[in-house]
Ligand binder design. Structure first.
Ligand SMILES: *Cc1c(COP(=O)(O)O)cnc(C)c1O
Length: 378
């Protein structure tokens, strides 16, 4: 089917990634459970083996790549996707990494840096001058915005424009998702999304995706290189997971919109509660990232962090809630939260009493009543 790419993202999420319309045929692509395909003598045109390609992957990649404004390769998980980007580096390369970002990514970069003699330059992503200075002579600039779990916001348009064509750049777009923020449009080379989060949206699968621009500038070679890493490393998504993610992405605009609206309501109420020391949410006018997020995002996201007095207080807070679940991960229909410092690897810059909250799509008043009851009891 030919698609008018001027359609709204809500429409694209529903209409792309469909089989050719054939009377009597299903509307949906099925989970194609195939490790091998009937052989062709010309191996350049037909799929041969399960690592080469899969119709279910292609359907999801069409939808997600288009929403990101590029072309997509899916992986077994967000970390498999991150690993594929790092696989393109050589020993001795220089990598710019946020001081505070998704722990799995920073741990992976650090362990590989040690093994392969990479030079690491750590930057505060909100400090644009520091990012640009660190990028000078680097081989890879890795950014995340908003960051986990401090919710810092980078100037993506400014950084993207300054670095385009100078150094390979990656933005981890998992917290915002393609619906709220599109780094490829700002000139970044690669966008990572953990499909485990908003794309799947139901806490029932792991999946990752990399999207790359379509407008030349080495983008075709980059896309081919990342697809080759997936093929050769075998970090392929399972067809069932891919199919669940495809099903999930149909309602992603509805879910994200509802969750963002809830997060806005809860951020304000939390900020007004005496037990809460600070709310980190770019949607609050008082937040350091507010102006940037307002200028570049289509909504402020459904993640926020609250700071309570100390670790034990934060633990009593999460234990006192019954509707919210204390669990890691984010971006699902159900509201979850976690005290980040329970992880031994979490950075010292993250306060002991910080609780990261992933707001779901339940009714905001029910979510608030649960939080308020627990806060009042502290
Ligand atoms: C979850 C997450 C990842 C890793 O994705 P997985 O699918 O869990 O492997 C990377 N970055 C961010 C920001 C995440 O939230």
């Amino acid at each position: 089917m030919d698609h008018d790419l001027d359609l709204h993202r809500d429409t694209l999420a529903v209409s792309l990634g469909r089989p050719t319309r054939t009377p009597g045929a299903p509307l949906n692509v099925s989970p194609v459970l195939a490790s091998t395909y009937v052989g062709a003598h010309d191996t350049t045109t037909a799929l041969g083996y399960g690592r080469d390609g899969n119709e279910t992957w292609s359907a999801l990649e069409e939808v997600l790549g288009t929403l990101e404004g590029g072309r997509c390769v899916t992986f077994a998980s967000g970390m498999a996707a991150a690993s594929a980007v790092l696989d393109l580096l050589a020993p001795g390369d220089t990598v710019v990494l946020p001081t505070s970002c998704y722990l799995g990514v920073s741990a992976l970069v650090r362990s590989r840096a040690e093994k392969f003699g990479w030079v690491l330059r750590e930057v505060d992503v909100a400090d644009t001058e520091a990012v640009l200075a660190a990028a000078d002579g680097a081989d890879l600039v890795w950014l995340e915005s908003p960051t986990n779990p401090l919710m810092e916001v980078a100037d993506l348009p400014g950084i993207g424009a300054a670095l385009r064509g100078r150094v390979r750049t990656v933005v981890d777009n998992t917290f915002a998702s393609a619906l709220l923020q599109r780094p490829l449009e700002h000139g970044f080379d690669v966008v990572l999304e953990s499909g485990t989060k908003f794309v799947g949206g139901h806490s029932d699968l792991l999946l990752g995706a990399l999207s790359v621009r379509t407008d030349g500038d080495g983008a075709d070679e980059l896309f081919a290189a990342l697809a080759a890493v997936r093929h050769d490393s075998g970090a392929v998504p399972g067809p069932m997971e891919t199919w669940l993610a495809l099903r999930g992405i149909r309602t992603m605009p509805l879910r994200v919109r509802a969750a963002v609206a809830n997060a806005g309501v809860l951020a304000e109420r939390l900020a007004a509660h005496p037990a809460v020391r600070r709310v980190r949410y770019p949607g609050l006018p008082s937040d350091e990232g507010h102006a940037r997020a307002a200028a570049t995002m289509d909504g402020f996201g459904s993640l926020l962090s609250v700071e309570l007095a100390d670790g034990p207080t934060a633990e009593r807070f999460v234990d006192g809630c019954t509707l919210w679940t204390h669990a890691t991960s984010l971006g699902s229909v159900e509201s979850t939260f976690e005290r980040r410092r329970r992880w031994s690897g979490e950075l010292d810059v993250v306060p002991e009493g910080l609780v990261r909250m992933s707001v779901g799509v339940e009714h905001a008043d029910d979510l608030w009543a649960d939080l308020e009851r627990s806060l009042d009891a502290l």
